[in-house]
Every structure is written in structure tokens, then in C-alpha cells.
Design a protein around this ligand. Structure first.
Ligand SMILES: [Cu+2]
Length: 142
């Protein structure tokens, strides 16, 4: 009779704790930069599969002294960056961070990052959800 208990226990251990999370992070990457750069940019897509607006309010990583959400826009042929305090992602929509648009501005890197390196981040949302994400360093033209 004891044997019957094992499959049940294994099932409980294997059920993923975050299976119900309506937030998906797709293709997170950091653009490789020369070693003297104090600012790096990171990109990803955030999918919201819930019926509520979710709001990205903070981004944390032990590998940078500060991280902000920025938006690049073109004015008279000149690119400029705007600080964005928080970003709303509408129900059943995807927010896209990509070169020339939204990006995470990574300031004060604490180590030299090279192509293939992995960096741990934590995305914090207004509802208290925290999502750990691994970003991979890539070249710009990938
Ligand atoms: Cu920026």
C-alpha cells in the first residue's frame, strides 16, 4: 500500500509553482558593448496573458548599479532617450523592448560582459509579482 503513495508525492513536487503566472518573458538579451561603456541596453518581450493591466515598476540585477526603463525616439533625425518610470502592459498584449524603442538602460556594470554571458535580473510588477529572468549577452546584429 505504501508504494501507491509515491506517484502522488512526485506529482506534488513536480507541479511548477509559477505555472499560473500570466506574464511571459520572451527572448531576453543584452547588447554587447565595448569594455569602456558605462551604459548597456537590454531587450525582451513581455506578454500579458491576463485580463488585467500589469505594470512593470522595477528591474533589479546584482551586476549593475542602476537600471531604468528608457524609450528611444527620433526627432529631426536625432535619436533621444526618454526616462519611463513604469510601463503598463495591457491585457492580452505584448510589450516589446527592441533597439530604437523601449529598452532597459543598464548603468554601472560591475563586470565585463561578453557574448554568451548570462546575467540574472528580477522584474518587479506593481501587483507584487517578481519574475526572475536570465538575460544573455549578444551582438547587436543578431
Ligand atoms: Cu537608454
Amino acid at each position: 500500500m505504501i508504494i501507491i503513495r509515491y506517484p502522488l508525492i512526485i506529482l506534488l513536487l513536480c507541479s511548477p509553482a509559477h505555472a499560473a503566472s500570466p506574464v511571459t518573458i520572451l527572448d531576453p538579451w543584452i547588447r554587447e558593448a565595448p569594455p569602456n561603456m558605462h551604459h548597456l541596453a537590454a531587450y525582451m518581450r513581455i506578454g500579458n496573458e491576463s485580463e488585467q493591466v500589469i505594470t512593470l515598476v522595477d528591474i533589479l540585477s546584482e551586476d549593475f548599479s542602476e537600471i531604468e526603463i528608457h524609450k528611444t525616439s527620433m526627432e529631426d533625425g536625432m535619436g533621444s532617450m526618454e526616462y519611463v518610470q513604469q510601463l503598463d502592459i495591457l491585457p492580452n498584449k505584448v510589450a516589446t523592448f527592441k533597439p530604437g524603442g523601449y529598452h532597459l538602460m543598464l548603468m554601472g556594470p560591475k563586470r565585463r560582459l561578453q557574448v554568451g554571458d548570462q546575467v540574472g535580473f528580477k522584474l518587479v510588477f506593481a501587483n507584487g509579482t517578481e519574475i526572475p529572468v536570465i538575460f544573455v549577452v549578444r551582438r547587436q546584429d543578431h
